[in-house]
Design a protein around this ligand. Structure first.
Ligand SMILES: C[S@@+](CC[C@H](N)C(=O)[O-])C[C@H]1O[C@@H](n2cnc3c(N)ncnc32)[C@H](O)[C@@H]1O
Length: 220
């Protein structure tokens, strides 16, 4: 799957794409992340991309032109038009079923992600270019770079081969296998630590009982 990220801060993605499970997925060609600097599409002095809001008020608004040009250029890099996602506190909640839909390729193999900053983007961008708007929580961050990484991470780890064991993504919090509930507790060695013991059932070797115990521990 290919992710194209439109951002004012492409350097914010270096750690995300360079390390750990996502870094390995990039290295192995299972996903690709292409960051595009919106400032490269500004025609104004000092690569300006924002301006004061019509109607007054605090803060700056990201202008139409650089974003329209950036989206046009990035769309031209693919064979077919890709869906454009805008991260905004005003969007629908991002949740596991959405991640599953994107990971399954139901909306194509490419996702263009627009990261806002300041007060956000000129509304005409949202009306004309954006098909999906998501928020990652009911709070406000300074920019869309962290939300973009949250989206990509949650989609990428559901793609085949990205996480080592397929079962570990099939049966975990919010999955269908766990009835969309939260996962049961995990323990590893030692069996007792500082007076705290692992539940006996997990040491019993009785698979049916272990399974039943785990199911009982899942919280809605
Ligand atoms: C300071 S926020 C803009 C907040 C906007 N004025 C509002 O009140 O809804 C700047 C950018 O950060 C990103 N952002 C902030 N919080 C977010 C959230 N909870 N989910 C997704 N994106 C968020 C968006 O891209 C947004 O355009």
């Amino acid at each position: 799957m290919r992710f194209d990220v439109l951002t004012l801060f492409p350097e914010a993605f270096a750690a995300f794409t360079g390390h750990s499970i996502i870094g390995r997925a990039v290295e192995r060609g299972l996903i690709s992340v292409h960051c595009h600097d919106i400032r490269d599409y500004s025609t104004l002095r000092h690569r300006q991309v924002d301006d004061v809001p019509y109607g007054g008020g605090p803060g700056m608004v990201m202008m139409c032109e650089p974003i329209f040009k950036a989206v046009e250029a990035v769309q031209a890099m693919g064979e077919a038009p890709a869906p454009v996602v805008y991260l905004t506190p005003q969007g629908q909640p991002w949740a596991q079923p959405e991640a599953e839909t994107w990971a399954a390729g139901d909306r194509g193999e490419r996702m263009i992600i627009l990261c806002g900053h300041y007060e956000g983007v000129d509304y005409r961008v949202r009306e004309a270019l954006v098909q999906h708007e998501y928020r990652i929580g009911d709070y406000v961050l300074t920019g869309g770079e962290l939300p973009a990484q949250v989206l990509m991470d949650s989609v990428a780890r559901l793609r085949p081969g990205v996480v080592g064991t397929a079962e570990s993504v099939a049966e975990e919090s919010f999955s269908v296998a766990l009835d969309r509930k939260r996962e049961y507790p995990h323990y590893t060695r030692p069996a007792e630590y500082a007076g705290m013991a692992v539940p006996d059932v997990l040491l019993s070797g009785h698979h049916a009982k272990i399974e039943a115990w785990r199911r009982g521990q899942c919280r809605s």
